[in-house]
Ligand binder design. Structure first.
Ligand code: HEC
Length: 138
């Protein structure tokens, strides 16, 4: 009985194409929870943003083009003029310095792969050196 359960679990894992996919699902699910908690207030649950105040994340050219900037602004915030899909936004976004590198990777994976966005997952070992670099930026 016990053996059968293990065999069944192995079969289930084998059916998912590649380990990366299991990891992706974990990152994505955690990222969604964190997004609802920390970001949806401003950027909305569907990533559409809010008028001229908060830029959209759904199909945002900014987000799709600049992984480093996205990772850094989640932790450290951002201010000044920002062009998103041809619209200028200019309102400071507060950072969340208490988020761990893993949590930031999960959030990035979620927003990069939701609402029509389609990018690679962002792993924690990619996030750590990026954060290290932008923590030293002026
Ligand atoms: C208090 C409101 C607020 C919260 C909360 C907030 N943001 Fe933002 N976000 C902004 C504003 C305002 C800007 C534009 C900043 C500027 O004009 O310089 C922005 C810009 C961005 C951008 C770059 C522009 C774009 O649309 O692609 C990304 C990516 C982003 N935020 C992601 C997030 C994520 C992820 C979270 C949660 C961890 C979050 N934001 C939480 C207000 C917010």
């Amino acid at each position: 009985m016990r053996f059968n359960m293990v065999a069944l679990m192995l079969l289930a894992v084998a059916c998912v194409p590649g380990q990366r996919n299991v990891k992706f699902q974990q990152y994505y699910a955690e990222g969604e929870v964190l997004y609802q908690q920390h970001c949806a207030n401003c950027h909305q649950a569907d990533g559409s943003g809010l008028g001229k105040l908060y830029p959209p994340l759904a199909k945002s050219d900014f987000l799709l083009n600049d992984t480093e900037a996205v990772v850094c602004l989640i932790k450290y915030g951002v201010a000044g003029e920002m062009n998103v899909n041809g619209v200028i936004y200019n309102k400071p976004m507060p950072g969340i310095p208490t988020l761990t590198d893993l949590e930031i990777a999960e959030i990035a994976t979620y927003i990069f792969n939701s609402w029509g966005n389609s990018r690679q997952m962002v792993e924690v070992n990619q996030v750590s050196p990026i954060l290290e670099a932008c923590s030293k930026a002026p």
